[in-house]
Design a protein around this ligand. Sequence first.
Ligand code: B4P
Length: 191
Amino acid sequence: MVNFLIFGPPGSGKGTQSVKLAEKFNLVHLSTGDMLRAEIAAGTELGKKMSTIMAKGELVPDEVVIEMIAARIDKTKGSAGFLFDGFPRTVAQTIALEKMLNVRGMKIDSMLVLDVDHDELVNRLIMRAEQSGRPDDKDPAVIENRIDVYKSKTEPIINYCSQKGLYQPVNGMGTIDDIFVRLSDNMKKFV
Ligand code: B4P
């Protein structure tokens, strides 16, 4: 199995590209953002607790997402590998993922990092707010907080993964189709 991380700031296109890439390479797409929003939509106790944190643009506790991912990994069979989208978001989550994969005879094979200008990130999220109704997309102050949280808590993973030779930077500016080609070309080296 080949396992990829798709990585980048909020609005960089992780979710958008993951859907297309998972289909092309027969990967299981695991998005912690989607899983958390499903909990909120279902009105679970967990969803109620997490919705306040997410609406402020903060990260939910590591143990919540680690448990969600572990449960999904064990349920999945018959794919070429996993595409982790929006997970890990802290170095602690990264270490937990490595352990989860190692005990199952797998590893992280590559980390694809989408590089997008700050203003473009903000524009994309404001545009999405018009259709998605996501509370974390509506308020420009929350968008800025999400970008700050990315820089302080999530970006250090790049350094951690670079030391293991996993870091693959990808230009995330341009059309969705152009970026898809760049990511696909990169992933072909591993599958
Ligand atoms: P996520 O669901 O991961 O959301 P996101 O960072 O906003 O990115 P997303 O993948 O949805 O958007 P994309 O860039 O594809 O997380 C939401 C929240 O959940 C977090 O803030 C946090 O609170 C919580 N959370 C999730 N995972 C967690 C974890 N592991 N630990 C702790 N907390 C966690 O696209 C954005 C928009 O841009 C879309 O409208 C898209 O259509 C558009 N777009 C994409 N590419 C484009 C392009 N090339 N040109 C123009 N528009 C483009």
